[in-house]
Design a binder for this molecule. Sequence first.
Ligand code: SF4
Length: 308
Amino acid sequence: MNHVFGPVHSRRLGRSLGIDPVHDKTCTLDCVYCQLGATATQTRTRRAYVPADAVAAEVRQVIDTGQPIDCITFSGTGEPTLNSDLGRMISGIKAITAVPVAVITNSTLLHLPEVRADLLQADLVIPSVNAVSAEVFARLCRPLPGFDLSVMLRGIELFSRSYTGRLWVEVMLVRGVNDAFEEIRELARFLERVACEKIQINTVTRPPAEKSCAAVSDSVLESACVFLGPRAEIIGSFAGPSAALPGSDPSARILALVRSHPCTLEQVCESCGLDRPRARAALQELLSRGTLETADHGSRIFYRASGR
Ligand code: SF4
């Protein structure tokens, strides 16, 4: 499998089969909190980074195994809407299966009518909105020169009005960057104009691109939740029972998992259905092969794909 990974268990999405339609950390942004590390290719150019037919073939292969899947999720190692064939991929998957399709996006291309049209076909869209003031957004997400935040915000608003699927806005809070009262108040004002079902508040729970980047406290998360109103909820890191491909060896399960979600030993055990000795042995083997590396975050050790 080159473009499809998992399924992995996600608290928000259940057993989620991931699709990576861009690869190699190709993104419009270079967020300080990114769990995938520094952006390798920062671009606004939409193109067919990954062929739609190849994605559909891999999804079909997993569906044919008959294992339970709750959601097919475009996320992976970059910004999914950069793939100009996203709409074709979604419709191709919908022709194969009735499993709902979700897209997690950083919202930067939502001002483009063709991107909004692609996303209209998804059952669930999760766009990020982390700040509404240009200076804060620039410090947090480091967009390319010429980026206009007001255009992005308008795109989110427009999309929310035309979209009939489920829309959950995600807000990532980083200590000392976008957690000020004024910023959250302005964000709440903006989100009043966005027709979404949920506002999910997150913080830095995995090793970030910039070591100085830290999580906000529980009390800040709770205050933000109150500010953002009844649609808001605090989300944690994923955890849950095994949803790994049956028959795959422990190393393959772990690799599928940590490719887009750096994990602690406990999270690897939970999500891959492995006991600690087996998980440890597989992690050691992957570390010695150089496929995985470790990263410290908040006094915990995370395992992630090498080179992040
Ligand atoms: S957090 Fe998302 S939007 Fe930001 S750099 Fe990483 S992949 Fe891109």
